[in-house]
Design a protein around this ligand. Structure first.
Ligand SMILES: [Zn+2]
Ligand SMILES: [Zn+2]
Length: 420
């Protein structure tokens, strides 16, 4: 028989690891509630044109990394490489901007990019993110950043920096693009192929190229901050003012442009200061033109996204606890034919009363059953023999203290409910 292997660049979240994922996901949901964001769930595939149009056809994502395929009717589809495009598609399609309480959303789920797999980077990866539509107010930028900061603080991370930048809007960023072209043009032959190709279409992308030589030019490139017009300048100053008011520390880094075409004004990244090269925990920014460009009304928006893989690595590096692995409240050990027969109805009652219960279907000796209970890490073991059953008794053993007590079987549920 052929043993099947998991596809390259993917991984299983195993039962012994899943509690860590649930832990951080629960915290993300909690923070969403604190900021009054609601969950949106979109399909993991969309028409390929959606991403080509929104993410931008000069981005790495669309140029090289998209899982694109046609279905049996010849529709050109793509596995989503990121979350924002789908959310904007849904916003436009469902007029969410006109409905009360529907313009602040969060999402979690798998995304897909055909990329060279490396530590912490996969072809199917899990992201969390938010989108905040409907206001150009810099207060909203600060709130979006604060959401991300609250989340990182709540999961317990300490060693990270917030870096912010403004990449201007259409009124001022064209001048800046021209300045970048003028700056990079004389060095064109020394730049990587991607940068040579992008210089005309999207010169800002040259600022975040990972190539060493490109990087050495990028650090000395003119800064967008010197090209911001009055409106963008005030906006960016206000964002900083609000962050300071909320006691959120930040660093201004003019090289943060984000790798996607749709951004404008505020761009930000939360950087892990422990890890090496792949160190962005969360990236985000404003995208005021995107909704209109996608056929919607002129609705401004801002959002961020982060990867759970990177987050878990950072948490492990800081030895942060993920809470406890899931375990049952009780383990039921039975001895004798009548007790065995009685077990299913007793287990059903426990579960109906919210008591997480386990048993061993195939072990018959008391010793073997106790061993299972130990391995599973149950809080309590209940021991029921034929004699106890006949006399309305059951034994309750606290597995942590070793303490044991005989309790009336008819009262066991009430007793356990006090404990859990
Ligand atoms: Zn501007
Ligand atoms: Zn380059």
């Amino acid at each position: 028989m052929t043993k099947h292997k998991i596809p390259r660049g993917t991984y299983d979240i195993l039962p012994t690891e899943s509690y860590k994922w649930q832990y951080v996901q629960n915290i993300f949901r909690e923070v969403a509630k604190l900021y009054n964001f609601k969950e949106i769930v979109t399909p993991i595939f969309e028409t390929s044109a959606l991403f080509e149009r929104s993410v931008g056809d000069t981005s790495d994502i669309v140029e090289k990394e998209m899982y694109k395929f046609s279905d049996k009717k010849g529709r050109i589809l793509a596995l989503r490489p990121e979350g924002t495009a789908s959310v904007v598609r849904s916003l436009v399609e469902n007029n969410l901007d006109l409905q009360p309480n529907s313009s602040k959303v969060y999402y979690m789920g798998p995304m897909f990019r055909y990329d060279r797999p490396q530590k912490g980077r996969y072809r199917q990866f899990y992201q969390y993110g938010i989108e905040y539509f409907g206001s150009e107010n810099p207060l909203v930028d600060a709130q979006t950043i604060a959401f991300a900061d609250t989340f990182l603080k709540k999961v317990g991370l300490k060693n990270y920096n917030l870096e912010i930048n403004s990449i201007g809007n259409s009124n001022c960023s064209d001048d800046y693009d021209q300045a970048l072209v003028n700056y990079f043009k004389p060095h064109l032959n020394e730049l990587c192929n991607d940068c040579q190709r992008r210089i005309e279409k999207n010169p800002k992308r040259l600022l975040d190229c990972k190539n060493k030589t490109c990087k050495s030019f990028a650090v000395k490139a003119p800064s967008m901050l010197e090209y911001l017009d009055e409106e963008c300048k005030i906006h960016f100053e206000k964002v900083q003012e609000y962050l300071t008011k909320m006691n959120i520390d930040f660093i201004i880094n003019p090289l943060i442009v984000r790798g996607i075409d749709y951004y404008s004004q505020t761009a930000f990244e939360f950087i892990d200061t422990n890890l090496g090269a792949q160190n962005t925990l969360i990236g985000g920014g404003r995208y005021d033109g995107l909704v209109k460009q996608m056929g919607g009304r002129d609705v401004p928006g801002i959002g961020f996204a982060g990867g759970f893989e990177r987050l878990l690595l950072s948490m492990e590096a800081e030895s942060i606890s993920f809470g406890e692995e899931q375990k049952p409240n009780i383990f039921l050990v039975t001895l004798g034919e009548n007790a065995d027969e009685f077990a299913p109805s007793l287990l059903a009652k426990f579960r109906a009363n919210g008591i997480a219960s386990e048993f061993d279907p195939d072990k018959h000796s008391i010793k073997a059953q106790m061993k299972s209970a130990n391995r599973i890490n149950a809080d309590y073991v209940l021991i029921l023999g034929d004699d106890e059953l006949a006399n309305d008794k059951i034994n309750l053993k606290n597995m942590e203290t070793g303490e044991q007590a005989e309790i009336a079987l008819s009262e066991i549920i009430a007793k356990l409910k006090e404990k859990f």
